[in-house]
Design a protein around this ligand. Structure first.
Ligand SMILES: NC(=O)c1ccc[n+]([C@@H]2O[C@H](COP(=O)([O-])OP(=O)(O)OC[C@H]3O[C@@H](n4cnc5c(N)ncnc54)[C@H](OP(=O)(O)O)[C@@H]3O)[C@@H](O)[C@H]2O)c1
Length: 238
């Protein structure tokens, strides 16, 4: 069976990916900052082919340590679900979240560390593991708010800017790693989903979003790499 490595696997969309890939019989490397804080992940691991790993995607040493523990293990899908909005929350503040006049450099740096630098370091650290697999895919969850063409409402500065930067990273990875390693890379928007981040008023449940995203990931081909996909298979403007 193929292997997927999931970051942010302790809750939210990452946890739902673990649940669904586990039901489908995949081997899973489930990475969480503090796995002990997720009884749901422990319960899933008790019954499936799931290896739990501690990983902070914002910490280069943590990424290096994980890479050493994985050794030469092939990874069919490197799936980045870890993400943060930093201080504040769109779910509770709406367009007041990250509004103009509130730039706090330390908070911005933390959001960039997790949302942008983390996926870049993960790709650099694990590119050979992905290249060694049959499917050779790197997918990172981004957001429609990272679309510059689609931004008609403003605000959300730090989170929006981090996801636009992540989109740029994923686009470049899709070009460079296709040439060097035959890897298919793409950003993927989950829709607005009822998780801790999305809040209770979001449109979708995690099951629907992840079911759709798994289909998009399954359908990724070299021709479909490096494009901005949504959970339902539609394509978003950059
Ligand atoms: N939900 C939505 O509506 C929505 C919409 C668009 C995009 N997204 C994106 O989808 C992804 C998953 O979001 P979600 O809704 O599942 O959010 P969530 O419920 O808030 O979960 C966020 C996950 O990221 C992990 N995380 C945060 N910082 C981390 C770090 N430094 N190292 C490792 N893991 C870290 C969290 O782990 P801890 O438990 O340790 O904090 C948690 O597992 C994110 O990238 C988000 O930006 C979500």
């Amino acid at each position: 069976m193929p292997t997927v490595l999931v970051t942010g696997a302790g809750r939210g969309l990452g946890l739902e990916f673990v649940r669904q890939y586990s039901s489908a019989g995949w081997d899973i490397v489930a990475c969480a900052r503090d796995p002990l804080r997720s009884p749901e992940l422990a319960a899933l691991a008790a019954g499936g082919r799931i290896r739990i790993e501690t990983l902070d995607v914002g910490d280069e040493a943590s990424i290096r340590a994980l890479t050493a523990r994985l050794g030469e293990r092939p990874l069919d899908v490197l799936l980045g679900c870890a993400g943060t909005m930093g201080q504040g929350s769109f779910a509770t503040e709406g367009l007041d979240f990250g509004r103009f006049g509130n730039c706090e450099p330390g908070d911005w740096a933390e959001v960039y560390r997790v949302n942008v630098i983390g996926p870049m370091l993960m790709a650099e650290a694990l590119v050979d593991n992905v290249a060694r697999s049959a499917q050779k895919k790197i997918v990172t969850l981004t957001s429609v708010v990272g679309s510059i063409a689609g931004n008609t409402i403003g605000s959300l500065y730090k989170y929006r800017a981090s996801k636009a930067a992540l989109n740029a990273v994923m686009r470049s990875l899709s070009i460079d790693l296709a040439r060097s390693h035959g890897i298919i890379a793409s950003p993927l928007h989950p829709g607005w989903v009822r998780t801790e981040m999305g809040g209770p008023h979001a449109h979708l449940d995690a099951v629907t979003s992840v079911t759709g995203m798994r289909a998009v990931i399954d359908g990724l081909t070299p021709e479909r790499a490096g494009r901005f996909w949504m959970y339902d298979g539609s394509e978003l403007p950059w």
